[in-house]
Design a protein around this ligand. Structure first.
Ligand code: 6GU
Length: 269
């Protein structure tokens, strides 16, 4: 995957074939990437029939961070559909290149998934979002200055985060707010000045994932739902300095509630 002459889509097909081989499941309908705070959804959406350590699959690397579990699961949903649950996110800030970042999305597409649900833990710019608030992603601003697309691939990103799926999510929780997600490179949190910039250019949520993955999912023709868990307010919006430990604690506390919400959304797909 790191060699420019290799074909990332061919490597995704190999990964999908390995998943089929290890599970006996040759088709998945929907894929979910579970970011911090969303992990419990894996158990709530249906019956996990197979769990695979992500490192066993071509192109996936070991988890880099505490709070990020490196497994892939095949889950049988109550409606008979199949979900691929990706608990192994490679972040852009790890520096392995954008191909690694979007490999799980391309692999999900290669297993047949036509719906991609991307979740994350993120910072909120709106003061009314207390830690633990789930927010629908309505659009994004990609501040990584990078793209998963290579060469002259001019794809449209209008309605990247499906209006249909956002409306469907609001039939489950009518109170769900939505906002524009800004993907920063990280791994440091933003300065208060950068948070003000994000706000000024139309952002409401700041994080370190999701946007590049959504672009790859669009390229693969998938319908995308994006959900952020607000684990804290962004720097300068909250008085206190940010800490990764607090982000993890907020995620853990909100996990049962937001995971149950996500499970209800998946059931309604
Ligand atoms: Cl404030 N910023 C970023 N980039 N990611 C976060 C966050 C903030 N809080 C949780 N994740």
């Amino acid at each position: 995957l790191d060699e420019p002459q290799t074909d990332p889509f061919e490597i995704a097909r190999i990964a999908a074939a390995e998943i089929a081989e290890l599970t006996g499941v040759t088709h998945h309908d929907v894929a979910l990437t579970l970011g911090s705070g969303w992990g419990k959804a894996a158990e709530l959406i249906g019956e996990t029939t197979h769990t695979i350590p992500a490192q066993a699959i071509t192109g996936f690397s070991a988890p880099a961070l505490e709070g990020h579990v490196g497994t892939l699961r095949s889950v049988l949903l109550p409606n008979g559909k199949r979900a691929l649950v990706i608990g192994a996110r490679t972040h852009y800030y790890e520096g392995h290149g954008v191909r690694r970042v979007v490999h799980s999305v391309r692999t999900a597409a290669a297993t047949g998934a036509t719906t991609m649900i991307l979740t994350n833990g993120a910072g909120g710019i709106r003061e009314t979002w207390t830690p633990g608030t789930p927010v629908l992603i309505s659009d994004h601003i990609n501040l990584t200055a990078d793209s998963p697309l290579e060469g002259a691939t001019f794809i449209d990103l209008t309605d990247l985060y499906s209006k249909r799926l956002r409306d469907l999510a609001r039939t489950i929780d009518p109170g769900l707010d939505e906002g524009v997600y800004c993907q920063f490179r990280g791994p440091h949190y933003e300065t208060p000045a950068e948070v003000q910039m994000a706000k000024a250019i139309g952002g409401h949520i700041v994080g370190m994932s999701t946007a590049l993955e959504a672009i790859a999912a669009r390229q693969a023709g998938m319908e995308i739902l994006g959900l952020s868990l607000i684990t804290n307010l962004a720097a300068g919006i909250q008085k206190e300095p940010l800490s990764h430990a607090e982000v993890l604690v907020a995620g853990r506390q909100a996990e049962p509630v937001i995971s149950a919400l996500l499970a209800r959304i998946v059931a309604a797909l």
